[in-house]
Design a protein. Structure first.
Length: 231
């Protein structure tokens, strides 16, 4: 059967990665979480002390480090899920905390960072059979993707989900802080000069505020089957 590229974009914490992972498992496709790649670069910058007190990043030093920086994925032997690695170290857990979340937007706005990661993402999709989630997958990384989905939900629903996710992982945080972070990231992601978050004209929109996980999972599988049958 012909393999396709599935691009899943949308706001932060709206369940994109859960949907994308489910579809990849269903279709036996590779799953790539591009947010994890931006987060890994942010973790690198935090560890190297590249952020000023006002939250801005030392652009020159980060750009100079980029060519030697390795961000890739290994597959967890137990769950079968990809784990992001920074220079060979599995940093999946470290990149999910509020510290990385609150520093990632300025890093993701740097053209040199976007160019380097976009190039790598395009290589990952060369053989198709891939489900990639992010902000610019259907618009910049794979404008030719056969199936594009733009996912959204209200900020409050998304903050509540992130809050519960962190709690379940034993990393409690205040709901109000998370809501503020979600709103700030929406603003920055949609207003940055390079590859801003926007809906591709040919994307299907899914507002999942009132959907169960099972409903959204089925919705995506149905769209996928339609596309594969039609391609
Ligand atoms: O999906 P996420 O919350 O893990 O993404 C982390 C950050 O990375 C988010 O602020 C937006 C940015 N990002 C991006 O600019 N482009 C992508 N393709 C994926 C994520």
């Amino acid at each position: 059967m012909k393999k396709i590229i599935v691009a899943i974009d949308g706001h932060s914490s709206c369940g994109k990665s859960t949907m994308a992972k489910d579809l990849a498992r269903y279709a036996h496709y590779v799953y790539v979480d591009t947010g994890a790649m931006y987060r890994a670069v942010t973790l690198y910058a935090l560890r190297r002390g590249l952020f000023a007190a006002d939250g801005s990043v030392d652009r020159a030093r980060l750009e100079a480090a980029l060519p030697g920086l390795r961000v890739d994925f290994l597959t967890d032997a137990v769950t079968g899920l990809p784990q992001v690695c920074l220079d060979g170290e599995n940093v999946e857990r470290q990149i999910r905390g509020l510290e990385v979340s609150s520093h990632v937007s300025p890093v993701a706005a740097l053209p040199a960072v976007r160019e380097a990661l976009t190039r790598q993402q395009q290589l990952m999709g060369q053989r198709k059979g891939i489900v990639m989630d992010g902000r610019d997958i259907g618009t910049v990384v794979f404008p030719e993707a056969e199936l594009k989905v733009f996912v959204t939900a209200t900020p409050e629903v998304r903050a509540r989900r992130r809050y519960e996710e962190l709690l379940a992982k034993g990393q409690p945080a205040a709901y109000e802080d998370i809501l503020r972070n979600v709103q700030e990231r929406d603003y920055i992601d949609s207003h940055r000069a390079v590859a801003p978050l926007r809906q591709a004209p040919d994307a299907l929109v899914l507002d999942n505020s009132a959907l169960t996980l099972e409903q959204q999972r089925q919705w995506l599988i149905d769209r996928f089957e339609e596309r594969v049958a039609g391609s």
